[in-house]
Design a protein around this ligand. Structure first.
Ligand SMILES: Cc1cc2nc3c(=O)[nH]c(=O)nc-3n(C[C@H](O)[C@H](O)[C@H](O)COP(=O)(O)O)c2cc1C
Length: 188
């Protein structure tokens, strides 16, 4: 069974190490997963006045999530939380009330930082947000990656064999998780 994964990069930076990580994850993922980026950079800041007439950027985001079978968050940590741009995108996708695009959509979270705890706190906070959005989340393995210089090349090649094996395992487990969730609990 093949599944399409929409991936969110939580960083808007041109030089994002999380974008580099996403390239490695796509390279290492099993053939049963296909990937589409879900862009967040052009979204205005959400407020509920938009609900009466959702703008094209908000509609495009929701349609992109609805097209995919599962979502993957590859995010930095900003001040021990997820970046505002990513939270804004999640808020857009969760509304208007009653049309939450994450409802029953399987998800996984991963992130990297130059610091030793590798986005652990941001990831825990994101888990709370996604729980409220009723997204079944892969709880294990967790992946908190310290990005040391040269760990992943610009093209997404992982230079350290144990990290490569760990990331491959993460993606294998994600594929199994998506299959399990969508087999047991198909989305309406
Ligand atoms: C506003 C800001 C806040 C940050 N806060 C954290 C933090 O809480 N934890 C952490 O590990 N790194 C933190 N960093 C450093 C980021 O991990 C680092 O800039 C990383 O490259 C961001 O990921 P990106 O390259 O994918 O954008 C912060 C960086 C910025 C710009």
């Amino acid at each position: 069974m093949a599944y399409t994964v929409g991936y969110f990069i939580g960083s808007l930076s041109q030089k994002s190490i999380n974008r580099t990580l996403s390239k490695a994850l796509i390279r290492l993922a099993p053939d049963s997963l296909a990937f589409e980026e879900i862009p967040i950079k052009d979204l205005p800041l959400y407020n509920h006045d938009f609900d009466a007439d959702y703008p094209p950027e908000g509609r495009a985001l929701k349609e992109a999530i609805e097209r995919v079978d599962a979502v993957l968050f590859v995010t930095p940590e900003y001040n021990r939380d997820i970046p505002g741009a990513l939270k804004n995108a999640i808020d857009w996708a969760s509304r208007p009330w009653g049309t939450n695009s994450f409802n029953r959509k399987p998800s996984a979270i991963i992130g990297t930082s130059p610091g030793k705890i590798g986005t652990a706190v941001a990831q825990q906070n994101l888990r709370g947000v996604l729980a409220f959005c009723n997204s079944p989340q892969m709880s294990a393995p967790e992946a908190y990656l310290q990005f040391l210089p040269g760990l992943i090349t610009e093209d997404g090649e992982v230079t350290d064999p144990s990290t490569e094996e760990f990331l491959r395992h993460f993606m294998d487990e994600f594929a199994l998780f998506v299959e399990r969730v969508l087999t047991v609990l198909p989305r309406p």
